[in-house]
Design a protein around this ligand. Sequence first.
Ligand code: HAM
Length: 424
Amino acid sequence: MTVAPRGTYDILPDQAMAWQWMEMKIREVLLAYGYGEIRTPIFEHTELFLRGIGETTDIVEKEMYSFTDKGGRNLSLRPEGTAPVVRAYIQHKLHGQGGATKLFYLGPMFRQERPQAGRFRQFHQFGVELIGEDSPMADAEMIVLAHDLYRQLGLTGLEIYLNTVGCPVCRQEYKKELIASLQASSDQLCSSCRLRLDRNPLRVLDCKEASCQALTEQVPLLHDYLCLDCREHFQQVTNLLDQVQVKYEIKPKLVRGLDYYTRTVFEVINHDLGAQNAICGGGRYDGLVEECGGPSVPGVGFASGMERLFMTLEQKALLPAFSRAPQVYIIPLSADLTTVGFEAAFLLRQNGFKVEVGFTPKSLKAQLKAANRSGAPLALIIGEDEWQDRQVTLKQMDTGDQVRADWAELAEQIGQMLAQTESL
Ligand code: HAM
């Protein structure tokens, strides 16, 4: 038997309803904040991600699903949404419309990571990008928006980790100091970090290996190397968050796994999720639009892992219960009457009822069992005798009470009986 590929999974009908509810809530909040939905392709030219995310990041080096199509193009399944949104922003000249551009997206992303609880190879993100605004208020709006959205889903007690990674100028100076400080004991770094030290030294700071964490205990911190503008920007972001009493914790070693970040970076954490506890990550990316061939405009955004969000909502019993039960289950008692059952289903559905009908004639007992399993409060039984008088039997599934109903008045009578059941 072939099963779904490693790191992927199926969303079955009962869960799909809860997913739809979650997606609807997310859309409601994002639209209320003035963001417009954008849908970009699932695959893009590989080069976009090399340029956008950075050639020395784990995502690009190890995790992309890249392939050459039959026309010889190098393509990749999108591992994230920011670079594609920036590509679309440039391609459709959305900057020409004046003011900041506010976009959101929602959909599957692909990374060939080692699967574990909360980490998949095909996963879903919703994300928000605010392009063309450099005010610290835009950074603060991102964090407040994520916080508010989770609150509206019923989630409290999530932690916000905040940091600044400075700009390319102050970071350059810092990188030199960091490399110098780690070089002497580089043999104690994990094999990935030994490579990172040359190519992407900031990433050593958030390595999860104990030996690397021990070494980074005493390294200089970027905060001490920030230029005046970056320092001021960060101060204003924290002032704004304080102003609206959104709590955060400054994590001086939070650097994130994508190279496009400048200044503010943040993550939202659910400690109850285990190792993969970040349900959201984002930050400012002032050089990305230009790097991708567009004008020099700043940007800021975040993306939230929807599986992790779903798991969090499930954990805290915040997903509403959904029922797919029909209101009426139709039981034709003989092969000849199945067409009457088919017609009854058609008529009742036209009158707005949720109806199910047995496709093959079975015994009354078997069909009543099926009606019970379906969760329908009413069974509509079509038997030979009643049908001679153009009548059917309506059975209340919970009490077992039965009445006869005229075919001509079926919809009306069912409406009344359901209203009675629902008002109990
Ligand atoms: P990211 O931190 O790579 O950022 O991903 C954002 C969120 O996606 C993570 O916090 C996590 O919840 C979820 N996520 C990532 N990888 C997986 C996985 N393999 N399985 C399940 N969930 C996962 C970005 O993607 C940036 N584009 C965010 C951004 C938008 N920055 C600015 N704008």
